[in-house]
Design a protein around this ligand. Sequence first.
Ligand code: SF4
Length: 194
Amino acid sequence: MDRILLHICCAPCSVAVIEQLKEEGLSPTGFWYNPNIHPYQEYKARRDTLIEYAKLIGLPLHIKEEYGLDAFTKAVSPNIEQRCNYCYAVRMEETARAAKNLGFSAFTTSLTVSPYQNHELIHKAAQAAAKRHGVAYRPYDFSPRFRQGQAKARELALYMQKYCGCIYSEEERYQSKIQKDLNRFEKENFFENK
Ligand code: SF4
């Protein structure tokens, strides 16, 4: 059975991906490296859920531990709109490096199960990293199985995240609430300068 290193962004996304790889006769090993997830309690919840899920299904798993709020925000703050480029690049770079060091000839990522992620950018970053480290990148589109995988993750009661990962995406999640509060405080004359 061919082995493949699978970068895993979170346990729920990995459910359908692992099933598909196994159906194709591959033997996946999971790899956790996601310094883009903030704040720490969210990072920990996603990482620990994956550890538990890997134990449940007998998936070999490597963890590259790095909670990266400081480095991440420093790197992307000059151009927050383009932050996903950096986010994909660092994760694919580390996965390609791990594949090489751990003796895998190929890697892929669970990121492309999500229709909300930019698949083109992910493939581009992964292919460049693969070339640098002398391993192959398998450019899957797992997204046709997205709904099915999420439903199964809910059945398994896995922790399901509510936003993409970085602190900026957490802010986006609450954008309408933030605006609503602003409007209310303005209306109620709560601001100091009023
Ligand atoms: S929105 Fe998601 S993919 Fe983009 S930088 Fe934030 S965590 Fe990474």
